[in-house]
Design a protein around this ligand. Structure first.
Ligand code: SF4
Length: 610
């Protein structure tokens, strides 16, 4: 454990000491436990505490007899500088144990640009970053979350990846560890190989062809499966969800209580990794959700309840759920938010009802500027949907709209890019077509255009990302043309998205580049002020990797992709079919109405899709 007095002396010198104190409402301090896991989020406290998965695992483990879960986050740079100067190792917020004092350090991988923070946290915690250099007495470093759907770039650093829903499997790993029927870490890891969703990189080797693509993968022990299947929880209604959540002392990114409606999505947007890897759709029942909402509100005192999922307005019982919750919470002035709802299909009267307590801005994600390109990405929103819905909502009194787009999507032309401006301006016109005396508020349209990053397990996994220069050209084109005091325009940094694509599509050799970049000073790469493109480019050069090979190269169907050994539900054949349909500008309807045979039923059995 770290020295408490030393910590007390340091804290007044840093920004927001509450990031490091723990002790918040609903946090759990277990002095006695047989097995301890440090839940590690490789970013700042304010981001980490907004992550629903972390809240679920934390309370789940801590409700178990003999098991403990504590939190460890990336300290901000001011705190890290003092910790390194004073020789204070990274510590947990609950018992102030150092990483070495845990049995497991469990990272959640949400974003490739936080990978250097993982190495930094291990190092600050007194652990070697490479798994082969760590001692038998050191904790096992495990990882889960969306980025494990290509675990290979982190294969040098992580002992064990958990692919899929983490609740049951995490408890199973900890319980098996508690029994202690093993003589070494290696033996323990080997004993887990029969479980669904477990990937242990040290038991595999990869060979490469001369052109740099993968030749083959080999298992080094008989128990290691050549195909690792993602583990899923089929009946979400019976899956644990906490009745309380930690309430931070300071503002966080999502300062509200979160309730998960369902996992999975049937829409089939071709750019969306979450929409593919979390299939099938599994819902919680309305009554379960209402009960949980009441308990969560009572245990946290929050005034906002966020109904979370990939597409919340698709929840089967959304209307009765919102009606019941608004009635229950009206007096307490608790507002509801649906961060990922599709405004085009959402009943407007319901929206009005939801916003009676607190009115927030409107967010629309057409993703692409032209109908042609929206068909390519299978977005399923028409220009009419956007225009008519915003018109209706302007008439109901809204005046702030956010429009999210991407640039650099497959087959994009100059016309598609300019379509972003055209659509935004059409939305503006609708506001001013309302008679002046009936308009409410001052119109504000915030348009943002992110740089598209092709991700594993999407139909666009084969697609080569445009170069940084191409992205910049498109950005300049839009910046020059969107010139209206009512419409603001922002873009994402093309260089950050480029490195994100390089890592996302990386193979095992990428680990050396990540480590070199970190040793060259890269941390908090997702934060614009810290991102150092040149350090990354130097790192690739030093380890002999060509970033263009990873980010900008379009692949063939026959190429073995680094993540092909994972079986997640959707098959490679389905994804390829969708890619071809994209190139032919053919849409695929929502599979809720018509099964598209994506592979989920073959993988998980009949009846898994609702
Ligand atoms: S198996 Fe059919 S219904 Fe189920 S997720 Fe895939 S396409 Fe949709």
């Amino acid at each position: 454990m770290i020295n408490q007095k030393q910590l007390e002396r340091i804290l007044p010198k840093v920004e927001k000491p509450a990031r490091y104190t723990g002790g918040e409402i609903n946090s759990v301090v277990k002095q006695e436990a047989k097995v301890r896991l440090a839940f590690a989020f490789p970013d700042l406290y304010e981001i980490a505490m907004s992550h629903m998965g972390g809240h679920i695992l934390y309370q789940l483990i801590n409700e178990e007899e003999g098991l403990a879960c504590e939190r460890v986050f990336s300290p901000w740079t001011d705190m890290e500088a003092i910790m390194r100067k004073e020789g204070m190792p990274l510590f947990s917020l609950e018992t102030k144990r150092t990483l070495k004092e845990f049995d497991f350090v469990g990272f959640t991988l949400q974003y490739e640009m936080s990978f250097t923070n993982i190495l930094n946290m291990l190092d600050l915690g007194g652990l070697e970053v490479r798994r082969e250099d760590r001692l038998e007495s050191d904790p096992l470093v495990i990882a889960g979350g969306p980025c494990v759907y290509n675990p290979e770039p982190l294969a040098d650093f992580i002992d064990l990846f958990v692919v899929g829903d983490g609740e049951d499997i995490t408890l199973e790993i900890m319980r098996r560890y508690e029994k202690g029927n093993f003589s070494s870490k290696k033996e323990f890891l080997q004993s887990l190989l029969s479980l669904e969703g477990i990937y242990v990189p040290e038991f595999y080797e990869v060979d490469y062809k001369e052109d740099g693509t993968i030749q083959s993968r080999r298992a080094l022990v008989a128990e290691a499966p050549l195909v690792v299947q993602r583990t899923i929880l089929k009946n979400l209604d019976e899956v644990y969800f906490p009745e309380k959540m930690i309430v931070p002392f300071i503002d966080t990114v999502h300062d509200r209580v979160m309730l998960e409606l369902f996992r999975g999505c049937t829409r089939g947007c071709r750019f969306c990794q979450a929409g593919m890897i979390y299939r099938p759709v599994r819902e919680r029942k309305k009554d379960t959700l209402v009960q949980l909402a009441e308990k969560l509100e009572a245990s946290t005192g929050y005034e906002e309840l966020s109904l979370s999922s990939l597409s919340s307005s698709d929840y089967t019982e959304i209307e009765p759920l919102i009606n019941e919750l608004t009635e229950k919470f009206a007096e307490k002035r608790v507002s509801l938010s649906l961060p990922s709802m599709r405004l085009d299909t959402f009943p407007k009267e319901l929206l009005k009802k939801m916003q009676e307590v607190r009115k927030s801005g409107l967010t629309f994600a057409p993703e692409a500027g032209s109908q042609r390109l929206r068909d390519v990405i299978n977005k399923g929103i028409t220009e009419d949907d956007v225009i008519k819905t915003t018109e209706e909502l302007f008439q109901m009194g809204w005046s702030t709209v956010k429009l999210y787009f991407m640039i650099g999507l497959p087959t994009e032309t100059e016309e598609d890019v300019m379509g972003i401006k055209d659509l935004s301006y059409q939305v503006k016109e609708k506001f001013f077509q309302i008679p002046r005396e009936e308009r409410k508020g001052n119109l504000r349209i915030n348009v943002s255009a992110a740089c598209f990053v092709p991700k594993p397990f999407t139909p666009f996994q084969w697609f080569g990302q445009p170069t940084m220069d191409e992205f910049k050209e498109k950005q300049v084109m839009l910046k020059k043309s969107i010139r209206d005091p009512k419409v603001s325009f922002s873009t994402h940094d093309a260089a950050t998205s480029y490195i994100e694509a390089v890592i996302a599509k990386g193979d095992r050799r990428m680990g050396k580049a990540i480590e070199t970049a970190w040793r060259n000073g890269c941390v908090f790469d997702g934060w614009g002020q810290f991102f150092k493109l040149n350090n990354w480019l130097t790192a690739f050069e030093e380890v002999g990797l060509d970033p263009v090979f990873y980010a900008n190269r379009t692949r063939d169907f026959d190429e073995i992709l680094p993540w092909d050994f994972l079986r997640v539900g959707v098959t490679k054949e389905f994804l390829w079919r969708e890619y071809q349909r994209a190139l032919n500008e053919t849409i695929t309807p929502d599979c809720r109405n018509n099964c598209e045979a994506c592979g989920v039923i073959e993988t998980y059995g009949k009846g898994v899709c609702q």
